[in-house]
Design a protein around this ligand. Structure first.
Ligand code: ADE
Length: 245
């Protein structure tokens, strides 16, 4: 069975979205991974199909009802049950929220190496805390900014995982060379023509001296990382000085 993403959402129309396009979408068509959406509203209990309520204690916005959310989750991640023949779903259950632990390439690698993921997309102000606790949800943020809902965050996370699956992207070296694998940001890229709007490709890149090209690229990576991401640069220096940690 291929790597399998199940997304719980109030907006199933937002899927596959970008996950249906290009290499990632093609890889699903070739059976290298699988995407499924579950409409949270299908688990509403009253005749108005209400999914949200006002926050206890007051305040702005609305909160996803715990009974509806839990039923939606349990329809996917069902417990072991020998009487129904249900088998345990051992995929991690993630909740996309700006309050979550920031997503890293390390976590993406782990998720891609496993059986897949189940991902809950919030809207409104959020999900009732008791569901997060009882279903042991892993809260994940894709960055320090606030989206209108978890759908775009889920697509970003799933795309990051799927591109690492065997057979999805071209070569393993192109993956190993990238930022967050080397710990440095990438060097600048150029292609023909040699001159564009008065700007030339750096001469070293057309010199044919591969050693000089490698040294130039490395220097660029370091300079760009120092300037834009002092946090990554500090971590890189620390690693260089104590490589076994
Ligand atoms: N939902 C809204 N904003 C988000 C973010 N930054 N990361 C993950 N999920 C979100």
């Amino acid at each position: 069975i291929p790597w399998h993403a199940t997304v719980l959402t109030l907006y199933p129309d937002a899927f596959p979205g970008v996950l249906g396009a290009s290499i990632i979408g093609g890889a699903e068509k070739s059976g290298l991974w699988q995407l499924e959406t579950v409409d949270i509203r299908d688990f509403a209990v009253n005749r108005h199909r209400t999914v949200d309520g006002t926050p206890a204690g007051g305040g702005a916005g609305l909160v996803l009802k715990p009974d509806v959310s839990a039923k939606a989750i349990d329809s996917v991640v069902c417990p072991d049950d020998s009487s129904t023949g249900n088998i345990r779903d051992d995929r991690p259950l993630l909740y996309m929220t700006p309050r979550g632990r920031p997503l890293t390439q390390k976590r993406v690698r782990e998720l891609a190496a496993g059986p897949g993921l189940v991902c809950f997309c919030g809207r409104f102000e959020g999900l009732d805390e008791r569901v997060i606790e009882s279903r042991n949800m892993e809260e994940v943020s894709i960055g320090d900014f606030v989206l209108a809902g978890g759908e775009v965050a889920a697509q970003a996370m799933i795309e990051a995982c799927v591109r690492l699956l065997p057979g999805v992207l071209g070569s393993a070296d192109s993956l190993e060379e990238e930022s967050f694998e080397t710990g440095l940001l990438e060097y600048p890229l150029y292609t023909k023509p040699r001159e564009f709007e008065g700007r030339e490709i750096p001469a070293v890149l057309t010199s044919g001296d591969h050693g000089a090209v490698d040294r130039w690229r490395r220097a660029q990576m370091e300079e760009i990382t120092k300037a834009r991401r002092p946090d990554l640069w500090a971590a890189h220096l620390k690693r260089k000085n104590s490589p076994e940690t």
